[in-house]
Design a protein around this ligand. Structure first.
Ligand code: SAM
Length: 201
């Protein structure tokens, strides 16, 4: 499996390599329709503020987080593990009428919340690091995904333990639900773990 670590093995040459912000913007440009926008893993709100500042439309943007940090250890590579409870941040307070906050563990919040949504999901930012958290999110939002839903995964590849991270949850979910997708962009090397964006076919 080791040879799959490099981006070349995962992405064709024509998938653009951008910085983290560039991947998000490239994904946002591919959004079609007027569905809901959501971020799972908000922390202090860095990526959410990027998205809000670049979002030209008036759709609701739902922000999900415990704001208690990670529920379990996340190993990035030997010698680099983000421990359970790390990444605990204060909940941001965006003065933007599009924003909705959902505070709590995804197991307790996501399924119940999305059950009330009457539209599909246009844009999903998964930034919760762990396979377990990503699995909870993907299974809960599955009924609201449509051809054209755009995903950004913030830690999808480019680190030793990537096969046990968001990628693992995404791959299992994709296979179970027979989901086909096209890459939009990937993050160029530079961080401990790298993002990628894709659109559902
Ligand atoms: C890497 S941080 C998010 C960073 C943020 N998007 C940014 O750009 O600054 C990951 C977040 O995911 C949240 N998280 C991970 N798993 C979770 C779960 N199962 N339920 C709720 N929050 C979770 C953590 O609380 C943490 O705030």
């Amino acid at each position: 499996m080791k040879e799959l670590k490099g981006p070349k093995a995962l992405f064709a040459d024509d998938v653009p390599a951008l910085d983290r912000f560039g991947v998000i913007v490239a994904a946002m440009k591919r959004v079609v329709g007027r569905g809901i926008w959501a971020e799972f893993g908000v922390g202090s709100g860095k990526s959410a503020s990027w998205i809000l500042n670049s979002m030209m439309s008036g759709e609701e943007f739902w922000l999900f987080d415990s704001w208690e940090g990670l529920p379990e250890d996340w190993q990035i590579r030997e010698g680099l593990t983000v421990k359970k409870g790390e990444l605990k941040k204060a909940q941001p307070n965006f003065r933007d009428p599009r924003v909705r906050y959902v505070k709590g563990w995804f197991d307790d919040t996501v399924e119940q919340t999305v059950a009330h949504w009457r539209q599909g999901i246009s844009f999903v930012h998964v930034d919760c690091d762990l396979a377990s958290s990503t699995k909870t999110v993907l299974e809960a939002i599955q009924p609201l995904i449509f051809p054209g839903t755009v995903f950004v995964f913030d830690e999808l590849h480019g680190f030793d333990e990537w096969l046990r991270g968001e990628w693992q949850a995404f791959t299992r979910w994709r296979k179970t639900n027979k989901i086909v997708f096209d890459w939009i962009a990937r993050e160029e090397p530079g961080r401990d773990a790298l993002s990628a964006a894709l659109v559902i076919r």
